[in-house]
Design a protein around this ligand. Sequence first.
Ligand SMILES: *Cc1c(COP(=O)(O)O)cnc(C)c1O
Length: 353
Amino acid sequence: MIIERTANSRIGELDPKNITFGNMFSDHMLICEYENGSWGDVKIMPYGPLSFSPAIMVAHYGQGAFEGMKAYKDKDDNVFLFRPYKNFERMNKSAVRLAMPEVTEEMFIGGLQTIIDIDRDWVPFGDGMSLYIRPVIFASEEALKARVANKYMFSIMATPAKAYYSEPVAVKVSDHFSRAANGGVGYAKAAGNYGGSFYPTMMAQEEGYDQIIWTDDATHTLFEECGTMNVFVRINDTVYTPKTSERILDGVTRDSFIQLAKHKGIEVIIGDLKVEDVYKAHKDGSLKEAWGVGTAVVTTQFKAIGYGDERLALPQLDAEDSYALQLKKALVDIQTNQAEDPFGWRVLVERKN
Ligand SMILES: *Cc1c(COP(=O)(O)O)cnc(C)c1O
């Protein structure tokens, strides 16, 4: 690994009380380039612009995929990653589906250990605060040829994130648009999956909703995901979530919620979740809550579900009664080393650099 440290740290500009997510980056970035059939040296260098021609293939053919994960700091200044091997495996699943070269463990896990160690001052400490980490891989060959590229770039960058409280959202059940289809790329964190979801989301917003509940593309009768989150529904005291498939992304937060719920003795049913059953449960009063989960916000509760012409209002449970909020707290406590980690999810970032 080649390490070039910045001579001009911007850490003084980081105000933990005023973090704006996503446009302030930590001092360093990791870059590794693939050419002639193999990955080159892993380099850690000052964060900053790179130059490409507009013929860069990812801009034309969308051969690109990313990951999203976080680093957390405890009260003793230890820094932890959360289940990073899940992201490593998923990045390579995405790479394979998009005909891109897989990244090595040294690049991904070794790269994370080194860059987060070097930029550890950028991991904010405090309730729910974190450093959001974005690994990405994309076709960097400059050529207008609609084929698998010969050059790729793998990069890791990071942006501080504050405690994410998200207001409950109103979601609209899609009866037309689809995020993913069988045989497609829905299970990959493909850049284009996001590009394709913005317009339908905008349409839902025009109807007074915040997000879309994606349904199965064939019949639009099954709950699949919510925006870019996996979805959970609680009917009486049982929690339901769709099983992962070619259309449903295998979220790390989803898997963690399932394990935490089972650990607490909550019944979890993983399988087809019919829109009709959620609707009926709302009508008979057994629909207690529904929420989305993902790395960025951990949990977003739903306050209303739009279905056909109806807007179904959901009761707002507080921290004491809400499974969504209880599970969120249990998860964040493990991530930030405020609770035992019976699952072995935390990975310490070692001090070496
Ligand atoms: C990233 C993502 C999620 C959430 O995955 P996490 O690993 O929990 O962050 C869910 N759905 C989609 C479509 C995603 O891209």
